[in-house]
Design a protein around this ligand. Structure first.
Ligand code: AMP
Length: 390
């Protein structure tokens, strides 16, 4: 895979697909982490005297009323602050104003164009990878650098479209993500997979792809209850993915020593944080109880399997981590992993959000920024954004 270091970008006009899809409230950026993550590639281009055109999506644009709240202008201001240099915002995704600004650019000048998904208002041109749009953006620059890992599993005009037209490579952020995930291709053993989150259906591809490689798959979260149901347990009102009981049964039958399920759970009678914290053995869940977290014995069991692990991938929280009482299982296992420097990769989305809020002493080996992209990588799927660069 060509990285930005393999390209001669000196004095060139580069177009960089960034992931500036930052959380916003009332027009203000709540968390600028994604902007910070883009700085390494931008700074490298500045050091190489490039003229830099940036583009990114922000949120979803389905109708006119989505435009203002997904305006990318605040990102230009934040980026300018972080870089301590001017970033010119062009309030359009194509047209004369943009073309004029691009043609008069000087070295080290930076332009950010409006949210690429503004183009979705007109027949989803960005999200459906309209070939004319990709060619148009490509025509603005000499070289394309894709540094938006979060959309690498999608074929959009702003990644695949541009890459199909001009010499292309990946930036430092994607390189970092891929290097970490690649360690899972031939993981050092014991290799332990931890899966949680809500639904079995979301994780079927991951289970199928990793079950042969993994020494153990530790299952928690809402999805554990469909496995427990398949094993014949009463799961009360816990989350159940009816359509996938058979799938769970088959996996357990085929890999009886690999699938490790909870032995106890924290239960409530209502989906809320208000009830008294109560732990039940897995065989004693009542018809009106739901499990919202793994219990202390399960935590110890999971720790036992992790104690000599050499590689760990973890996708999905082990409980309803949004509730203070039911985030214990997730937090304590994160603490165990980081305190003991176990080489673990957190696979995007909710588990990374849980990690960031967990107040840990040490950092995890790698916390992946792309939820969907990481999941598809773990499913062994080809990622269109990368294929286009290859
Ligand atoms: P996912 O996106 O599949 O990783 O799912 C994350 C969601 O799973 C979070 O919002 C959690 O609240 C939810 N979750 C985790 N454990 C449970 C559980 N035992 N019951 C219901 N929801 C859960």
């Amino acid at each position: 895979m060509k990285t930005v270091k393999d390209m001669n970008i000196e004095n060139k006009k580069v177009i960089i697909r960034c992931d500036f899809n930052v959380p916003m409230k009332d027009g203000k950026i709540i968390d600028n982490n994604r902007i910070k993550e883009s700085l390494q590639t931008i700074n490298y281009c500045l050091d190489n005297n490039c003229k830099i055109i940036l583009l990114s999506h922000l949120g979803r644009v389905k109708e006119e009323s989505d435009l203002e709240k997904n305006n990318l202008e605040p990102v230009a201001k934040e980026l300018s602050k972080l870089l301590d240099r001017k970033v010119t915002f062009i309030n359009e995704t194509r047209g004369e104003k943009l073309e004029h600004a691009v043609s008069s650019m000087k070295e080290k000048e930076i332009i950010l164009i409006q949210n690429t998904r503004y183009e979705d208002l007109d027949g989803k041109k960005e999200s459906k990878n309209d070939s004319e749009l990709g060619a148009y953006w490509a025509s603005l620059a000499d070289i394309f650098i894709n540094d938006a890992f979060g959309t690498i599993h999608r074929a959009h005009a702003s990644n695949v479209g541009i890459a199909s037209n001009i010499p292309s490579c990946i930036g430092f952020l994607i390189e970092k993500e891929l290097n970490a995930l690649k360690e899972l291709d031939n993981p050092e053993q014991p290799f332990i997979v931890i899966l949680g989150g809500a639904k079995v259906s979301d994780k079927i591809g991951v289970i199928e792809n990793l079950v042969t490689k993994a020494d153990k798959i530790l299952i928690g979260g809402g999805m554990a209850f469909t496995f427990l149901k398949a094993e014949g347990y009463e799961i009360g009102t816990s989350l159940l993915d009816n359509d996938n009981i058979d799938f769970c049964q088959k996996v357990i039958n085929k890999y009886p020593d690999k699938i490790i399920l909870p032995v106890d759970v924290a239960v409530t009678t209502e989906y809320s944080n208000e009830e008294e914290y109560k732990v039940k053995d897995i065989a004693s869940i009542e018809y009106n109880e739901m499990g919202l977290d793994i219990g202390p014995n399960t935590l110890e069991l999971f720790k036992k399997y992790l104690s000599d692990a050499k590689t760990v991938i973890w996708n999905g929280p082990l409980g309803v981590y949004e509730f203070s009482k039911y985030k214990k299982g997730t937090d304590k296992l994160l603490e165990y992993i980081t305190d003991n420097n176990i080489k673990a990769i957190l696979g995007g989305g909710d588990i990374v959000a849980a990690y960031k809020n967990a107040n840990l002493k040490n950092e995890v080996y790698h916390a992946s920024t792309g939820g969907g992209a990481t999941l598809e990588y773990l499913e062994g799927k080809k990622l269109p954004g990368l294929e286009a660069i290859k």
